[in-house]
Design a protein around this ligand. Sequence first.
Ligand code: G3P
Length: 218
Amino acid sequence: MKFFVDTAEVSEIRELAATGLLDGVTTNPSLVAKSGKQFLDLIAEICDVVDGPVSAEVTATDAETMLKEGEKLAKIAPNVCVKLPLTKDGLFVCKRLTGQGIKTNVTLCFSPAQAILAAKAGATFVSPFVGRLDDIGADGMGLIAEIVEIYQNYDYFTTEVLVASVRGPAHVVSAARLGAHVVTAPASVIKSLLNHPLTDKGLAAFVADWKKTGQSIL
Ligand code: G3P
């Protein structure tokens, strides 16, 4: 399973990249606005830090402008993945960019029917938003299960399921159990995967007992 961090904060990306466990980055216009940085410079900076796919989202909603934006974003670095909304125009542009060998991430997916269309448009990734579905009382992980099942029925669907809008470790574990290819999560969620009080307690006891032996490995 691949881990992407869902942030536009370069310090967070650097910290996670240094662990060697980070496979990519996703951003969106809201995260970019929060960073206060110039979008194109920011994407270039992130692409310098991470070798894996870096999702950069178009901001237009019409096909012609989205295509131009996507082509411009893709020129920033070879690992840019152009993020497009799951609309008729977004899917049209997805197919065009895919045809040019550009990586794509079709975002704002909330139904299995939409995910089928993203796969047919040749998206590299489809991003179903589990947290936002849970927020309205729907079943976010149920959607992931349906998409994974559908994609497994067709060898020629190469689109990877990128679980987005992740709120906590339980979402990550459920996504892994279902066989989703990627999760993108805030840095805080990725870091929280490490935590278990019994690990801390057990390590403290091992360290204390080892000290009593008076020995040293080195
Ligand atoms: O980047 C897309 C998605 O992960 C956004 O998550 O928390 O704003 O619903 P959220």
